[in-house]
Design a protein around this ligand. Structure first.
Ligand SMILES: [Zn+2]
Length: 73
């Protein structure tokens, strides 16, 4: 399923200077599709890298089906 063709690329914000790590896998997050804002405690809250975002989004759909464990199909 690839129909990226007709869509314009989403705007990405460069956050490499902010030293944000993915809350899931700990990898450096270099860019985000949104501008992160600090919370009251001075953190950016939970930020996920692209891969984890995609995984999480994917597992939303299938929640209830084997859920926990993060196995791949
Ligand atoms: Zn991650």
């Amino acid at each position: 399923m690839q129909d990226f063709g007709s869509r314009p690329p989403r705007q990405m914000y460069d956050v490499s200077a902010l030293n944000i790590k993915c809350a899931e896998c700990g990898t450096d997050v270099k860019e985000l599709p949104f501008q992160p804002s600090t919370k009251e405690d001075g953190t950016y809250g939970k930020i996920y890298c692209r891969d984890c975002n995609r995984k999480r989004r994917g597992s939303f759909r299938d929640s209830g089906f084997g859920g926990q464990g993060g196995g791949r199909f």
